[in-house]
Ligand binder design. Structure first.
Ligand SMILES: Nc1ncnc2c1ncn2[C@@H]1O[C@H](COP(=O)(O)OP(=O)(O)OP(=O)(O)O)[C@@H](O)[C@H]1O
Ligand SMILES: [Mg+2]
Length: 242
C-alpha cells in the first residue's frame, strides 16, 4: 500500500533521514522506535508531505506522493489520519466540533460529519463528553480526542507520532488501551511511533528500529527483541529484561 525508497532529508548539517526504505502492506500495524532525534517524526511527516524530503520516492497505491498536485495531495491527506504528540485541539471548539472539522472541511454535510464524530468519540470512550471544551479534559482525554479526530475521516492509514509522549504516566495507560482496542477493531493500516516497548510487543505486526536516520533493525516483535543485531536493538532488549 505504501512504499518508501531511499528517503533522505537534512536540516543544514543534521542528517535526519539517511536513506530509509520501507514497504507497508494494507492492514499492517507497523511500530517505529528509536532514540530521540533519530528521524522518526521526520519519516512519518514525509509520508503525507508535512515535511518535504530532499530525495527518495514515496508511493501510495503505486502513485508517487511527491508528484501529487496540491489538489491530489489534499485528497490523499483525507485518506490519512495523523495523530500528533501535542494534540493541537482548537480551544474554542467543543470536543465534538474538533472531531467534525476534518470531515466538514472535506465537504461532508454537517449532520453526517456529526454522526461520524460521535461514532469516533464513542470508539475512544468519550461518548459522554462530546460537548466539553478541550481545556476541561485531562491530557489523556485530549489525546483521545486527537485520535477520534483522525478516525473521523475513516482513514485507510493512520500515522501516530508518539501519541503518549506528552502525558503523565498514569494517563499513558488509558491512551494505550484505546490504541490497542483500535488496532484490534479497525482495519486501517497504522504506523505508530512510540517508546512504549510493552505496547509495541502487544500490537505490532512488525517493528522497525531507527538510529541516526537509518533503519537498523526490522522484523516481528519477537525477532527484533529476542535476537537484536543492532546496538539500539540490544538496548531495547535490556529495557525489556529490566
Ligand atoms: N524543522 C526542523 N529544523 C531543524 N532540524 C530539525 C527539524 N526537524 C527535525 N530536525 C532535526 O532532525 C533530526 C531528526 O528529528 P526527528 O524529529 O525526526 O527525530 P525523532 O526521532 O522524531 O525524535 P523524538 O523521539 O525526540 O521525537 C533531529 O536532530 C532534529 O533536531
Ligand atoms: Mg519525534
Amino acid at each position: 500500500m505504501l512504499q518508501v525508497y531511499d528517503l533522505k532529508k537534512r536540516y543544514g548539517k543534521i542528517v535526519a533521514l539517511d536513506g530509509v526504505s520501507l514497504n507497508v502492506s494494507r492492514g499492517e500495524i507497523l511500530v517505529i522506535m528509536g532514540p530521540s532525534g533519530c528521524g522518526k517524526s521526520t519519516l512519518i511527516r514525509c509520508i503525507n508531505r508535512l515535511t518535504e524530503p530532499d530525495s527518495g520516492e514515496l508511493f501510495f497505491e503505486n502513485r508517487s506522493i511527491k508528484d501529487m498536485s496540491h489538489g491530489e495531495l489534499l485528497a490523499f491527506r483525507r485518506r490519512v489520519g495523523f495523530v500528533f504528540q501535542h494534540f493541537n485541539l482548537i480551544k474554542r471548539l467543543s470536543v465534538k466540533e474538533n472531531v467534525m472539522l476534518g470531515p466538514v472541511l472535506g465537504g461532508m454535510e454537517s449532520q453526517d460529519a456529526e454522526k461520524r464524530a460521535l461514532q469516533a468519540l464513542q470508539k475512544v470512550g468519550l461518548g459522554h463528553q462530546v460537548d466539553a471544551r478541550p481545556e476541561e479534559l485531562s491530557g489523556g482525554q485530549q489525546q483521545r480526542v486527537g485520535i477520534a479526530r483522525a478516525l473521523a475521516l475513516n482513514p485507510e492509514i493512520v500515522l501516530l507520532d508518539e501519541p503518549t509522549a506528552s502525558l503523565d504516566p498514569i494517563l499513558v495507560g488509558e491512551v494505550l488501551d484505546v490504541m490497542e482496542a483500535l488496532v484490534r477493531n479497525t482495519k486501517a493500516t497504522m504506523i505508530i511511533v512510540t517508546h512504549e516497548v510493552a505496547f509495541a510487543l502487544k500490537v505490532a505486526d512488525r517493528i522497525i528500529l531507527m538510529d541516526r536516520g537509518k533503519i537498523v533493525e526490522e522484523g516481528s516483535p519477537k525477532e527484533v527483541f529476542s535476537q537484536p543485531k543492532s546496538e539500539i536493538g540490544q538496548k531495547y532488549k535490556r529495557l525489556l529484561v529490566a
